[in-house]
Design a protein around this ligand. Structure first.
Ligand code: ATR
Length: 275
């Protein structure tokens, strides 16, 4: 029987996951389809039961369902419980198990920029996305991570959980020149006229600025970082790697990530630079 997979979210029309996974199915000769399914929050339980009943092999979960889906699954793995959020669901017989590949996807993308594990890292934000990244950086052996956030208490709490340091936003701005890698994980700064989540005035020339947002590809944060002479890494890599980890969980096959990053970058109107 033909296998099928899905991504559920609200909204869902602009998701690039169906394109990415369908391409990988074709490239690997797998007879399967990947469907975008619009699910409103009030329908989440029924949607999960339907996916189960109709035989989905697995599915991705995107906003706003990443936390709300948890009670409707048969279990979650360690990464998902650390983040209290699920982005990938894998079928095991009759069970659906939730996982979270965002943090490890982020780290795999970061590794393409050749960081050192003793680089001084500033993580900007302490929400769900920052949580996954902080835990994944810790697992990957990055030993010098400082967390800053508008609401300082949240930065302190996350730092405590991940054996990192915390710093107020104003201290981080003043001491920005001491950081080798600055990672922006907040939901601000998407629009041109919005303020940046942190001032980059004191950024060190040659530091690496990373944004987890991939659409737009060239965020105001990355543009400013470039002006300050920083190297930049956009969110396309994280998107592709989080998907690739999920694809391997579903099929046992590692898909071609390098080609996919290139294709998606071009699709989003950016120029692909081979770092
Ligand atoms: P996500 O799961 O996308 O990380 P989230 O858990 O709601 O979403 O977290 C949003 C992050 O963006 C938080 O770090 C938040 O800071 P607060 O903890 O102070 O709310 C940050 N954020 C959102 N709006 C912001 C703003 N206008 N200025 C600075 N940081 C902001």
């Amino acid at each position: 029987m033909k296998k099928w997979y899905a991504v559920i979210g609200d909204p869902i029309a602009h998701s690039l996951s169906p394109f990415m996974h369908d391409t990988w199915f074709q490239e690997n000769g797998i007879d399967a389809s990947f469907l975008p399914i619009h699910v409103e929050p009030s329908e989440l339980k029924e949607a999960c039961e339907s996916l189960q009943l109709l035989g989905a092999g697995g599915f991705n979960v995107t906003l706003p369902h990443k936390q709300a889906i948890i009670p409707f699954l048969d279990g979650i793995d360690e990464a998902a419980s650390e983040m209290n959020a699920v982005n990938t669901v894998v079928r095991n017989g009759k069970n659906f198990k939730g996982s979270n590949t965002d943090g490890d996807g982020f780290v795999q993308s970061l590794l393409t920029a050749d960081p050192r594990t003793d680089d001084k890292i500033l993580l900007v934000g302490a929400g769900g996305a920052a949580r996954g990244i902080a835990f994944a950086l810790d697992r990957a052996g990055f030993s010098d991570v400082t967390i800053t956030n508008r609401t300082f208490r949240r930065a302190e709490e996350l730092a405590e959980e991940t054996a990192s340091e915390s710093m107020t936003k104003s201290d981080a701005e003043q001491n920005l020149g001491g950081f080798d890698i600055i990672i922006q994980t907040t939901s601000v700064g998407l629009a041109e006229d919005e303020a940046l989540p942190i001032s980059l005035e004191n950024a060190k020339t040659g530091a690496l600025a990373v944004d987890i947002v991939y659409n737009p590809i060239d965020t105001p944060f990355l543009k400013k970082a470039e002006e300050k002479g920083c190297r930049t890494l956009n969110g396309v890599g994280m998107f592709v790697y989080q998907g690739a980890i999920g694809f391997e969980k579903w099929t046992g096959i590692k898909p071609d990530t390098e080609k996919m990053i290139k294709v998606i970058t071009e699709k989003l109107g950016g120029n692909y630079v081979n770092r």
